[in-house]
Design a protein around this ligand. Structure first.
Ligand code: SF4
Ligand code: SF4
Length: 433
């Protein structure tokens, strides 16, 4: 598969994660999965304890939200999430004394249904970026759709991001426990842990932990972006192809992020739901790149205040350099899917001036889905829906590799996002790529 080589900027990789940073308040989004937003189950003025359920939804596709700190719910607000969407959020002022809620208890599991119920109650969503509720991903019907492989995504192929790598190094045992729990309760025969070859220490550690685990193997993956994209990972680990408009389960694979897998193990053992995140702090103006544990809901303002920066940031990205989102609001909070916060001096807007396409084909050679980004751009500019479909725009994963390599500074990936929205508005595109 095509890929691009990005600079190996992983300065925080070999530094142990800093202990939990406790902010003065947290702003907890009620919409942290790709599913339906949650409704609060607590009121303004309530005192909540760490791990207590504070919002939930009856919708099939959703995941509950828990108090990341002990404190008082002071207000509800609307914020602009990193993805640009307006979402409701609860503000909790942090108390001096932190206490675990009485609701926090290890779940009792005697069946597949119990396990899926526990995974839902944990609030688990894919922490790698998409925020797909984990109980839905694992809740496939094995009679209709047999699954052969659980693929653990440890690729982490973007520059600056090292939070999954630190999970493998610091809590690799939890990753293995999580894998074994999923294999046993969901009846998947084999697991493969996919790790890019440029992370030899993580590969060595996971190989030593799986020496006596015949059903779990470690696959060193080619180093290249976007190795961590689900379709690419499925192909790299199994040589199976996920067809357009389908999920990996259609190819007999379920893909779960490394940190999500380890979290499942800890939840089943302790009952502490998903309330904190390891976040990589890096970028060209960060003096001491690091990973820190923060409560979900910690705002950009609080993180900026504790970060050693050389200059006032011109640009802040939540997530990776390639697929992350530029944020402007200091109130933007860490969510269940935030893996990195990157600070840069420049705004990035004038880095590559926009010029005409020179037909160099670099975008075509960069695309791991074998698309023709330049042709897609022309088709979108002409609003040619039939041609966009013929060129399989739905396969575009928004990875940005084509825009990255384009010497003409053309925003090809952005155009594809607009093209997909255009087709969706015409009712001629599924939500799945
Ligand atoms: S953004 Fe889409 S078209 Fe561009 S390289 Fe990635 S998958 Fe291919
Ligand atoms: S990389 Fe840019 S300049 Fe080259 S063919 Fe693609 S759009 Fe044109």
């Amino acid at each position: 598969m095509n890929s691009v080589r990005l600079p190996h900027l992983k300065a925080s990789a070999e530094i142990s994660t800093a202990p939990l940073f406790l902010p003065k308040s947290v702003m907890v989004s009620l919409s942290m999965s790709i599913g339906a937003p949650c409704e609060p189950v607590v009121k303004i003025g309530d005192t909540v304890k760490t791990g207590q359920l504070i919002a939930d939804s009856d919708a099939f596709m959703s995941a509950p939200v828990h108090a990341p700190v002990t404190g008082v719910v002071t207000r509800e607000t609307t914020l602009t999430a990193a993805n640009g969407k307006k979402t409701r959020a609860l503000v909790i002022e942090t108390a001096n004394k932190q206490e675990l809620s009485d609701e926090v208890k290890p779940p009792v599991i005697n069946s597949r249904e119990d396990f899926l119920k526990a995974v839902r109650a944990s609030g688990a969503v894919g922490q790698g970026g998409a925020g797909f509720p984990l109980h839905i991903k694992l809740g496939f019907d094995p009679k209709k759709q047999p699954v052969d492989y659980l693929l653990i995504n440890g690729a982490e192929c973007e520059p600056y991001t090292t939070s999954d790598y630190r999970e493998l190094i610091e809590r690799g045992e939890d990753v293995i426990s999580g894998i074994k729990l999923i294999l046993r309760h969901i009846s998947i025969p084999k697991a493969i842990i996919g790790i890019e070859s440029d992370k030899p220490l993580a590969i060595k550690k996971m190989r030593s932990l799986t020496e006596n685990e015949p059903d779990i193997s470690v696959a060193p993956l080619p180093t290249g972006y976007p190795q961590g994209a689900e379709k690419v990972l499925v192909y790299s680990c199994t040589k199976r192809v996920v067809n357009e408009g389908s999920l990996p389960v259609s190819a007999g694979c379920v893909v779960v992020n490394v940190s999500t897998t380890a979290f499942v193990a800890r939840y089943i053992k302790t009952g502490v739901p998903l309330i904190e995140k390891r976040v990589s702090i890096d970028g060209d103006i960060v003096n001491k790149p690091e990973n820190i544990f923060v409560p979900i809901g910690t705002t950009l303002a609080e993180i900026t205040a504790r970060t050693n920066l050389r200059l006032v940031p011109g640009k802040v990205i939540f997530g990776g350099m390639m697929m992350g989102t530029t944020v402007y609001d200091p109130d933007t909070p860490v969510t269940k899917t935030t893996g990195a916060i990157l600070f840069f001096a420049g705004t990035g807007s004038a880095e590559k001036p926009l010029t005409s396409c020179i037909r160099c084909a670099r975008c075509v050679n960069a695309c791991s889905m074998s698309l023709a980004p330049t042709e897609l751009e022309h088709a979108f500019d002409r609003k040619d829906a039939a041609l966009l479909q013929k060129l399989h725009v739905n396969l575009c994963m928004d990875c940005g590799a084509c825009s990255y390599v384009c010497p003409a500074g053309r925003n090809l990936a952005e155009k594809n996002q607009l093209a997909k929205a255009f087709l969706r508005s015409k009712g001629s595109l599924s939500k799945i790529g």
